[in-house]
Design a protein around this ligand. Sequence first.
Ligand code: IMP
Ligand code: MG
Length: 172
Amino acid sequence: MPDFNPVLSKEEIEKAVAELAQQISIDYHNREVVIIGVLKGAFIFLADLVRYLSIPVQIDFVRLSSYGCNTETSGSICLTKELEIDITGREVLVVEDIIDTGLSLEFLLEHLKSKEPKSVRLCTLIDKRERRDRQFIIDYVGRIVEQGFLVGYGLDYAEQYRHLPAIYDLKL
Ligand code: IMP
Ligand code: MG
């Protein structure tokens, strides 16, 4: 049986999400924004975040695939679900569950920029720094975590544990 070491409680997540939403609502006041969630991991975070926003938004999803059934990134990223909203000339906010090496985000940013949006900003619930390989400005960060393999609140290990309401460091 793996060990689950608590990293963020349900209450801590709720506070982080509300704070992010408040800042985003201020920054995008009187602007139209398209929120792009990165599936699958961001589905719970995005669902909570948008309910705290006080600005009107449009919502779309992409799906990137970089993990198989293990904790090592395979290095090859593919887009397995494309956007449905046209983002040309639009303000875009990408919502991620966690940024680890940054490889998948680098791939996604290139993909989005080819569609010529007016602006692209990044929001992640967790900025996991230890293995970062690509540098970007992350405009909105919920919590910085140095290391570990996190599960819960959308984050999975081999498709398990996404449903947990809190976030844990999984020790196999
Ligand atoms: P990156 O390309 O290394 O930044 O990682 C991209 C994706 O890998 C994230 O969006 C997550 O879906 C997944 N991932 C990275 N670290 C973790 C983790 O600690 N737990 C679960 N999924 C993770
Ligand atoms: Mg993800």
